[in-house]
Design a protein around this ligand. Structure first.
Ligand code: PEP
Length: 252
């Protein structure tokens, strides 16, 4: 059986006091409704890691970062290294989110470098891929996703590849309320798994967790997660409301 994962991407939201309230509410709700066999991950802004890690010591949630520097260390003002994340007990890190691709011109080559530094420091990369609307309309979405994955991840050796998580996030669904249908999600997840099988073999492909992201919420999570190749979600907006996030984590 594959690992199930629900990760909340808080993005650049919440004041210090609001972040503390959300973590408290999350903790209470998760204690009441603890999902079984699901890794629940919270990815707050890095300035809140220490607070989130305190909560993660309860064992109910793990902490993830939203990004990492592609460099090991040095004169890179404003950057946070994988080694620093690891020292803070951050266990996961999102890489290649569409907002970083769009607003920070992040390339697949940089996503490959970030994946490498994370693996070196034993942090699980959650590597995002997904097409924009015009690419889906032109029916080139499979090609686009295959290229993102191959350019960012095909340099890995199979042992390292086996440690990563992929998140399929159609860009047209992120923060728009236009969720992919369960059938659209399943179709792409199955395609991703087949692409991985061709490169890394059946065993590794079978074990790879593939998360869906894009307007996944407390109402539609169950239908999405019931698909054979959907192993959980990367959740933006709905992760900012404790009860919604916990409902999603229990939607398997
Ligand atoms: C995301 O930003 O990764 C995301 C999936 O956002 P939302 O759930 O708000 O669409």
């Amino acid at each position: 059986m594959r690992r199930k994962i629900v990760a909340g991407n808080w993005k650049m939201n919440k004041s210090f006091a609001e972040a503390e309230d959300l973590l408290n509410e999350l903790y209470d709700a998760l204690e009441e409704q603890t999902p079984s066999n699901v890794d629940v991950v919270v990815c707050p802004p890095s300035i809140y890691f220490e607070m989130a890690v305190d909560f993660s010591e309860t064992g109910i949630i793990s902490v993830g970062a939203q990004d990492v520097s592609k460099y090991e260390n040095g004169a890179y003002t404003g950057e946070i290294s994988a080694q620093m994340l690891s020292g803070m007990q951050v266990e996961y890190c999102i890489v290649g989110h569409s907002e970083r691709r769009k607003y920070h011109s992040e390339t697949d080559a940089e996503i490959a470098q970030k994946t490498d530094v994370l693996l070196k420091h034993d942090i699980t990369p959650i590597v995002c891929c997904g097409e924009i609307l015009s690419e889906r309309e032109k029916n080139i979405h499979f090609e686009v996703v295959k290229k993102q994955i191959s350019d960012a991840l095909f340099h890995l050796d199979p042992l390292d590849f086996a440690k990563i998580i992929i998140a399929y996030e159609p860009v047209w669904a992120i923060g728009t309320g236009h969720t992919a249908t369960p059938e659209q999600a399943q179709e792409m997840h199955a395609f991703i798994r087949k692409t991985i099988e061709e490169k890394f073999g059946k065993e590794i492909a079978k074990k790879l967790p593939i998360l869906y992201g894009g307007s996944c919420n407390a109402k539609n999570a169950k239908d999405l997660f019931s698909q054979a190749d959907v192993d959980g979600g990367l959740i933006g907006g709905a992760s900012l409301v404790a009860q919604d996030f916990v409902t999603i984590a229990n939607a398997f």
